[in-house]
Design a protein around this ligand. Structure first.
Ligand code: NDP
Ligand SMILES: O=C(O)C1=N[C@H](C(=O)O)C[C@H](O)C1
Length: 270
C-alpha cells in the first residue's frame, strides 16, 4: 500500500515534534517535509533529530510554498495567523489540510470555510477520541436538562498556553448551547470578577486555570439544587492529539472539498 506524503508546519513546536514522531512511527505515512517560522533556530536542522528520534534526512525549512507543492496532506498546529496563511497555500496547491490550532476568531473560521471550498480541510480544537465523545455527551445531557441545571466549564492547561478559554472548552460550550437550542454568544460568561450579582439562569460559564506542565484537563459541570453531574477528560500524553491528527490526515484521501470536524473523521455523526 502506498504511504501518504505528509507535511508538518510549525515543526519545531511542541505539537510539531509530536506529529513528526507520529508520522515516522506509522507505516501508512511518510514525512514529505517540515517547515517552521523563518528565523527560528530549527531551520536547517533534521526534523527527526528536532523531534527527539532518529535522523529522517528531512531538513526543517522556511519554504512553505515548496512543502505544500510536495505533500498530499499538511498538518498544522501553529498559531491563528499562520494557519490562515497555510489554508490559503493549501487551497492554491490543492493540498488537503488538517488544522489543530486554537484561538481562531469567527472571522478566521469564515476564511477557512472559503478555502475549504477547494480542498478537504479538517479543523478541530481537539483531536482526541475522548474529548470528541465528550462533545457528543455534553450535547446530549444539555438537551435533556433544563435551566435549573447550571452549566459551567472548567479547564486547566500548562503555563505556555496563549489562548483562553481553550478551544476545547469553547467547543464544549458550543455543544452545551446546541443541546439547549441556544446560541453560545447569547449565554456565555467568559469571566467573572467583582460584584457580579447572582448567576443568570441559562448562562454557560467558563473558568480558566494555567500552570506547570498540565497537558489539558476539561470538566463540564451541570449543577442543580440537590445534585451535580460532572463530565471530566484529562489528557496525560499529547500522542492522543498527534494520533488523532494523523487519522484525520489519512481520512482526507479522496475526500470531497469541504470543512470537516473530528466528528466526521470518527464517524460520530452517523
Ligand atoms: N487540536 C488539538 O488537538 C490540539 C491543539 N493544540 C493547539 O495547537 C497549537 C500549537 O500548540 P503547541 O505546539 O503547544 O505550541 P508551540 O508554540 O509549541 O508550537 C507552535 C509552532 O508553530 C510555529 N509557528 C508560528 N508561526 C508560524 C508560521 N508562520 N509558520 C510556521 N510555523 C509557525 C511556532 O514557531 P515559534 O515558536 O518560532 O513562534 C512553533 O514552532 C495551539 O493553538 C494549541 O492550542 C495543541 C494540542 C492539541
Ligand atoms: O494548547 C494546548 O496544549 C491544547 N490546546 C487545545 C485547546 O485549546 O483546547 C487542545 C488541548 O486541550 C491542548
Amino acid at each position: 500500500m502506498a504511504t501518504m506524503k505528509i507535511g508538518i508546519v510549525g515543526a519545531g513546536g511542541v505539537m510539531g515534534r509530536m506529529l513528526i514522531q507520529a508520522v515516522a512511527r506509522s507505516d501508512k505515512t511518510q514525512l514529505a517535509g517540515a517547515t517552521d517560522r523563518p528565523d527560528t533556530p530549527q531551520i536547517g536542522k533534521d526534523a527527526g533529530l528536532v523531534a527527539g528520534i532518529e535522523a529522517l534526512q528531512v531538513p526543517i525549512t522556511e519554504d512553505a510554498e515548496a512543502l505544500f507543492a510536495a505533500a498530499e496532506t499538511i498538518i498544522d498546529f501553529t498559531a491563528p495567523a499562520a494557519s490562515l496563511a497555510h489554508a490559503e497555500l493549501a487551497a492554491r496547491h490543492g493540498t488537503a489540510l488538517v488544522i489543530g490550532t486554537t484561538g481562531l476568531s469567527e472571522a478566521d473560521r469564515a476564511v477557512l470555510e472559503i478555502h475549504a471550498a477547494k480542498i478537504p480541510l479538517v479543523f478541530a480544537p481537539n483531536m482526541s477520541i475522548g474529548v470528541n465523545l465528550m462533545f457528543a455527551l455534553t450535547r446530549q445531557i444539555a438537551a435533556v436538562l433544563d435551566n435549573s441545571y447550571d452549566i459551567e466549564i472548567v479547564e486547566m492547561h500548562h503555563r505556555r498556553k496563549v489562548d483562553a478559554p481553550s478551544g476545547t472548552a469553547l467547543g464544549l460550550g458550543e455543544a452545551a448551547a446546541t443541546g439547549r437550542g441556544v446560541g453560545l454568544a447569547e449565554v456565555q460568561q467568559r469571566a467573572r470578577d467583582g460584584h457580579t450579582g447572582p448567576r443568570k439562569p441559562g448562562d454557560i460559564g467558563f473558568a480558566v486555570l494555567r500552570g506547570g506542565d498540565v497537558v489539558g484537563d476539561h470538566t463540564v459541570v451541570f449543577a442543580a439544587e440537590g445534585e451535580r453531574i460532572e463530565l471530566t477528560h484529562k489528557a496525560s500524553n499529547r500522542t492522543i492529539y498527534a494520533d488523532g491528527a494523523l487519522r484525520a490526515a489519512l481520512w482526507t484521501k479522496g475526500r470531497a472539498p469541504g470543512l470537516y470536524g473530528m466528528d466526521d473523521v470518527l464517524g460520530l455523526n452517523s
